[in-house]
Design a protein around this ligand. Structure first.
Ligand code: FAD
Length: 308
């Protein structure tokens, strides 16, 4: 059995594995896809002290840093079930049929952005279609963008982007915005923002290498429209990869793993970190810090428990 078993190999999981291994305890990491969301990222310019890097490069560096230590890496392994134990061991079932057993488990299975599912979206991902305003906003300085989604995250993104870009069109499917009133008031006060409601995005247009426009349908009149622009921020939800945990560890109504300030979950010996948790602001630097914290909490748990 492992002393620490990390489930998920993104920034949070990699940081947790390195911190655990540095304590000289038996550490394993199981990941569906080592690198996580970082693998799907182009430019990363907000990882402090590294002014610019690329996703695949950072993902390779994450894996290499973990490999520098005595960590058992189980890549391409999907966890399907968490089984809390009464014997001081928590078990994790894998899709392969294997069961891993560990004195502490760190859950770091991350999240995924909900997609619009329209033609052109996948083709122009990272070529104008973006999901993270904190990450990619500055790339659109002085340009025209749309934000898809009028919930809190969409309206926050539109307010944030309006300070950087030339113009923002907020596109909401419903007949009205769903964001908090204070955010809506702020948005409406901005001179370079257009708000469209009852608007269904239908297609992302591009010139083969980058986004050039967005088509939408007015859901009331049925009329089709096209906006010329350079960027589209999709803000219709970040979904935590926690479906497999339902009924075990406590999840928030949005499916995020509830953690306290030390990264502890509702189950003793089970910790969590990164985008899969209730910790706000889903960013690489935050996920790594949380992963380090969860590993230190797991170590603290181990030195306080009677050896099994
Ligand atoms: P993830 O990176 O999501 O990793 C989750 C890991 O868990 C993966 O290894 C996955 O395969 C694995 N996993 C999932 N389910 C299971 C399972 N059941 N069993 C086993 N393993 C599982 N952040 C920034 O700070 N700067 C940026 O510039 C930036 N740009 C971004 C661009 C894009 C396109 C995207 C999508 C995100 C971007 N982000 C950026 C956000 C950043 O990537 C995330 O905040 C960060 O990766 C979260 O790390 P994590 O380890 O919590 O989760």
């Amino acid at each position: 059995p492992f002393d620490v078993l990390v489930v998920g190999g993104g920034p949070a999981g990699a940081a947790a594995a390195v911190y655990a291994a540095r304590k000289g305890i038996r550490t394993g990491i199981a990941a569906e896809r080592f690198g996580g969301q970082v693998l799907d990222t182009m430019a990363i310019e907000n990882f402090i002290s590294v002014p610019h890097t690329e996703g695949p490069k950072m993902a390779a560096a994450l894996e290499q840093h973990v490999k520098d230590y005595d960590v058992e890496i189980m890549n391409l392994q999907t966890a399907t079930k968490l089984i809390p134990g009464t014997d001081g061991f928590t078990r994790v079932e894998l899709a392969s049929g294997a069961t891993l057993s560990a004195r502490t488990v760190i859950l770091s299975t991350g999240a995924r952005w909900r997609q619009m599912g329209v033609p052109g979206e996948a083709e122009y991902r990272n070529k104008g279609v973006a999901y993270c305003p904190h990450c990619d906003g500055p790339l659109f300085k002085g340009k025209r963008v749309a934000v898809i989604g009028g919930g809190n995250s969409g309206v926050e993104a539109a307010i944030d982007l309006a300070g950087i870009v030339a113009h923002v069109t907020l596109v909401e499917f419903d007949g009205k915005l769903r964001a908090d009133a204070v955010l809506q008031a702020k948005l409406r006060s901005l001179p370079n923002v257009t708000i469209l409601v009852s608007a269904q995005s239908t297609e992302v247009h591009g010139d083969g290498s980058k986004v050039t426009g967005l088509s939408y349908k007015n859901r009331v009149t049925g009329e089709a429209h096209r906006i010329d622009l350079e960027g589209i921020f999709v803000q219709i939800g970040l979904v935590p990869n926690t479906e497999w945990l339902k009924g075990t560890v406590a999840l928030s109504p949005r499916g995020e793993i509830e953690v306290d300030a030390a990264g502890r979950t509702s189950l003793p010996g089970v910790f969590a970190a990164g985008d899969a948790t209730t910790v706000p602001y889903k960013q690489i630097i935050i996920a790594m810090g949380e992963g380090a914290k969860a590993a230190l909490s797991a170590f603290d748990h181990l030195i306080r428990s009677v050896p099994a």
